[in-house]
Design a protein around this ligand. Structure first.
Ligand SMILES: [Zn+2]
Length: 332
């Protein structure tokens, strides 16, 4: 944990002066007025640099209703402002307007000047290239992908459930386990799941590696890929020491030919095998279990197949909804 060596910053989201707090990490370093964290401020600053070639607060952005932008569950504390500036739509996995980035059939290709996806792609079920390929399709030629995911500096991505196909969460005592039926019909059980936002909320599917991310971006047809890793004291962006999980921007290269979304996984060599992940105790590796617990959970899963499940996803949706409601009284 490091605290910046300055006492005040100007929040580039709300424009207010805020004192620097003791806790100043990627998801903290909160603005005392609007609650923005370091990630949100870094995200909007990268957008400012891209649009105007200078570091400006959101309040100084030029309104342009011809500029078509979309977000994937963007936080309302910057989404509302973007909606007032641009022709901007915030899509959700759990509520209208719906978008599961794995399926973009209901949206037109080559449509958006900007696609924002902040800490979403680590939750999208595998194969992980689909979210990148579909983002490429949604963007106009030379459109901007504004991306964050938590990532490591390990050589490869840790894919927690590489053979995920049909899966469900089963409560077993105090634990929530994942039951997955692979394409080959094998049924497997995972324990020690990692949730973002508390147990039962949003499941972490993977920990990207920076190397893998840059490779996928480039290979799926993005150019001018830039990692925004600098500190910007004026706006309370204190991050250089982290060495990872920075904002990344990339431009759609319309001349590229991305892999198809239905391909199994063109970048499978960039992920650790499950065995390697467990063997080396890589961070947050869920454990594939066998034995009595697994048998019990599979039996319960088979039983659930015959009745409507009180889905854990319902809980996740309520959590996400409450999270966004707390940031935005206008959200229905
Ligand atoms: Zn603020």
């Amino acid at each position: 944990m490091t605290r910046p060596n300055y006492d005040q910053f100007t929040c580039n989201l709300c424009g207010q002066e805020s004192p620097v707090t003791q806790d100043f990490e990627r998801e903290t370093g909160l603005c005392s007025h609007c609650g923005s964290n370091v990630r949100f401020r870094a995200l909007m600053l990268a957008l400012s640099e891209h649009l105007y070639s200078q570091s400006m607060p959101l309040s100084a952005f030029t309104p342009d209703k011809q500029f078509k932008a979309m977000g994937l569950s963007d936080a309302s504390l910057y989404a509302d402002k973007l909606a007032s500036l641009f022709d901007y739509t915030n899509f959700y996995y759990h509520t209208k307007p719906f978008l599961d980035i794995r399926n973009i059939d209901h949206l037109a290709s080559d449509t958006y000047d900007l696609l924002i996806t902040s800490d979403v792609f680590e939750h999208v079920p595998p194969p992980r290239h689909v979210a990148f390929v579909n983002s490429w399709h949604l963007l106009k030629p030379d459109g901007l992908l504004l991306l964050t995911v938590p990532y490591s500096t390990l050589p490869k991505t840790i894919e927690h459930f590489p053979a995920l196909h049909e899966f469900e969460f089963i409560q077993d005592g105090n634990s929530i386990l994942l039951v997955n039926r692979r394409i080959d019909q094998t049924v497997e059980v995972y324990d020690k799941l990692t949730w973002h936002g508390g147990v039962g909320s949003t499941l972490e599917m993977r920990i990207f590696s920076e190397t893998d991310l840059l490779y996928i971006l480039s290979d799926t047809g993005f150019k001018d890929i830039k990692i925004w890793n600098e500190d910007v004291p004026l706006y309370g962006i204190h991050q250089a020491h982290l060495n990872c999980s920075y904002v990344i921007t990339a431009i759609k290269d319309a001349s590229a030919t991305p892999p198809t979304a239905d391909q199994y996984d063109p970048y499978i060599d960039n992920i650790y095998s499950q065995e390697t992940a467990v063997l080396h105790s890589l961070p947050h590796t869920p454990e594939r279990i066998t034995g009595a617990t697994a048998e019990r959970v599979i039996a319960q899963w088979r039983n659930n197949l015959h009745k409507p499940a009180p889905s854990i996803l319902g809980k996740a949706y309520r959590y996400i909804k409450s999270k966004f409601q707390s940031n935005n009284s206008n959200t229905a």
